[in-house]
Design a protein around this ligand. Structure first.
Ligand code: ATP
Length: 237
């Protein structure tokens, strides 16, 4: 579904990505793990068109997307949940969800997707009129994922959804990611520092180090790989 081939990206003189290549098949959950500053967010930003690709290519369902604008990429069905949620704090829960459906004109579909996200996260349906900025961190993450779902993604890009959340909430969010993948057939590209949890729900994984893919394979194999264990799995079981 998504093919990233040898991409390079820069912030000024900083070479953040140095030839990253990876593939995501339709229906998969693929995770990208790595330490701080390794290039995980930049890879997602390159896919969603926010960070320019200097070299290499990205194709989605066979179509080159690395020269498209972010809104054109969203229209193709690639939707990102950014790191730190980035919901609209001054808008209500319901208004945040409306914003997710901004590009859609199929009102019936929007209504049924709204019912679906409220069924995934009943707490949001109880807080429809509450301002996004007054929600807890976990609820804001639920809202950010729900807002992305309102855009009907084919490929959902999740940037560190576990960041700053209590273990119980992380488990709930990860269970929901699996549910969305299974029930809605949404393909998921999950960037995580919480490698342990991410590899437990993913089908396959990539490890990025210094802007390059250092290792890849079945998530279960990476979970038992000694170098992965040593570098990334120490802090959380
Ligand atoms: P984290 O888990 O901390 O978010 P990451 O793996 O997502 O890390 P990136 O955010 O992709 O890493 O950063 C890759 C490299 O690019 C790092 O060296 C980082 O310092 C640099 N970088 C990221 N964003 C910017 C920016 N806006 N301006 C300059 N350098 C940046």
């Amino acid at each position: 579904m998504l093919k990233v081939t040898g991409i390079h990206a820069f912030y000024g003189a900083i070479n953040a990505l140095r030839g990253v290549s990876l593939e995501i098949g339709e229906g998969e959950i693929v995770t990208l793990i790595g330490s701080n500053g390794a290039g995980k967010t930049t890879t997602l930003m390159a896919v969603s068109g926010v960070v320019p690709v200097r070299e290499g290519s990205i194709t989605f369902l066979g179509e080159a997307i690395h020269n498209l604008a972010p809104d054109e990429i969203v229209r193709l069905g690639i939707v990102q949940v950014p790191e730190g949620r980035r919901i609209f704090p001054g808008l209500t829960v319901a208004e945040n969800l409306d914003m997710g459906a901004f590009l859609r004109t199929d009102h019936k579909g929007v209504r049924s997707d709204l019912d679906y996200v409220y069924s995934l996260f009943p707490v949001l349906s109880k807080r429809k009129k509450q301002l996004g900025g007054t929600l807890s961190g976990g609820e804001q993450q639920m809202l950010a994922i729900s807002r992305a779902l309102m855009a009907r993604p084919r490929l959902l890009l999740l940037d560190e959804p576990s960041l700053g959340l209590a273990p119980l909430i992380v488990r709930l969010i990860f269970d929901i990611i699996v549910k969305i993948n299974r029930e809605q057939g949404v393909t998921v590209f999950l960037v995580e520092q919480n490698a342990n949890q991410a590899l437990k729900i993913a089908h396959r994984g990539y490890v990025v180090e210094n802007g390059e893919v250092a290792l890849s394979g079945a998530a279960s194999a990476l979970l038992h790989d000694d170098s992965v264990k040593k570098a990334y799995l120490g802090f959380d079981n």
